[in-house]
Design a protein around this ligand. Structure first.
Ligand code: UDP
Length: 349
């Protein structure tokens, strides 16, 4: 399992890919696989943990210096057989692993974590044939270059047992994310205000987002109708998701997944989303939340949240994105990668 070099696994706070890697790795170990996790320092796992760089780099994400160093050193250790022979390398690490996958004897499966942009589409058209590719939603794969052929989408996993089901809710709606216009925290404020329901905003103001936050968010934060709680983690985060009447997801971009929607549903908290990207695949309108077109419709849907069954939300997660479902799907993909290389699959079911 080749994690990115930026943040430790599991992530101490914000860290979408690292959370996916952590949950999947623990499940695979639990299912009897021998897993080596190449990752940033400070990581913990039931797998064999191998750190390559001496520091994490949370503020230097996508700096090639660190990504190339991390991947090249992982490939060298894999080639030298330092950890035994691998059946498959599961790569979550930006672009380097895929571009160099044909230099490795071990087959590589690369999870596409990002959205396809003109730049990345050209990159994948050029290098995609070097590895097996797996996407994370149909919405994401709809923009994949046709030369890649049909690709499977395996959703990001959640360890459902770690999230509480909370059926009685408190009087607030929740927004969790990065403070960018595409994620829509300012639209969440408008919708909650129109519905007359308090809003809690949680998340990191990342470098480059300060001006947006100062202009669009800060003037509305009054500690009552709009509360800003900063970055949340652990039990505080789970409790915030669990007690909310609903999660607001007023996104305006082709979001390739949207982990916060799954986390809310796991707790029995319905999601009101704009029908963009993977929101269409994660939210079932009228059953696990509502898909609405704008802030006014979102405000109206907030008032209907009580019609959604928390248990139905959680059941959807159990059936579709719990890590056991996802790990089984990845096992099938690993087998498909291992067999064409003429090696005996040793992954146990
Ligand atoms: N997150 C967190 N603390 C925060 C804000 C976000 O732990 O204060 C987590 C959140 O729970 C989710 C991830 O960061 O697991 C964000 O992933 P998502 O797919 O929703 O968004 P993106 O990857 O686009 O930022």
């Amino acid at each position: 399992m080749l994690a990115p070099p930026w943040i430790s696994v599991p992530p101490p706070g914000y860290g979408g890919v690292e959370a996916v890697v952590s949950v999947l790795t623990e499940a695979l170990v639990g299912r009897g696989h021998h897993v080596t996790l190449f990752c940033a320092p400070g990581s913990t796992s039931a797998a064999r943990v191998t750190n390559l760089l001496s520091d994490t780099h949370p503020d230097e994400i996508e700096r090639s210096l660190f990504e190339v160093d991390h991947v090249a050193r992982a490939f060298a250790e894999i080639d030298r057989g330092e950890h035994g022979a691998f059946d498959v390398v599961h790569d979550h690490c930006g672009f380097t692993g895929l571009a160099m996958a044909d230099r490795l004897d071990t087959p590589l499966l690369h999870t596409l974590h990002g959205q396809f942009t003109p730049g990345t589409t050209a990159f994948y058209a050029r290098h995609g044939h070097k590895a097996a590719l797996v996407g994370i939603s149909r919405a994401q794969l709809a923009l994949a270059p046709p030369s890649l052929g049909p690709l499977a989408a395996i959703p990001n996993p959640i360890h459902l047992a770690a999230w509480p089901l909370q059926e009685s809710k408190e009087d607030y709606v929740l927004w969790v994310g990065r403070f960018t216009a595409e994620k829509g925290p300012h639209r969440a404020i408008a919708a909650a205000h129109a519905a007359g329901v308090p809003l809690v905003l949680a998340g990191v103001v990342q470098p480059g987002q300060e001006a947006f936050f100062a202009r669009e968010i800060a003037p509305h934060v009054d500690g009552q109708r709009v509360r800003f709680v900063g970055e949340v983690t652990g039990d505080v985060k789970r409790s915030l998701f669990a007690h909310a009447k609903g999660l607001l997801m007023p996104i305006r971009w082709n979001e390739p997944f949207g982990m916060v929607m799954v986390e809310a549903l796991a707790c029995g908290t319905p999601v009101i989303a704009f029908p963009e990207g993977a929101a269409n695949e994660i939210v079932t309108d009228g059953t696990t939340g509502f898909l609405v077109d704008d802030e006014a419709a979102m405000a109206e849907a907030i008032l209907r949240l009580g019609t959604i069954s928390p248990r139905t939300c959680r059941t959807w997660v159990a059936d579709n994105v719990d890590v056991d479902v996802v790990a089984a799907a990845y096992e099938r993909s690993y087998r498909a990668v291992v067999r064409p290389m003429g090696r005996q699959p040793v992954l146990s079911a």
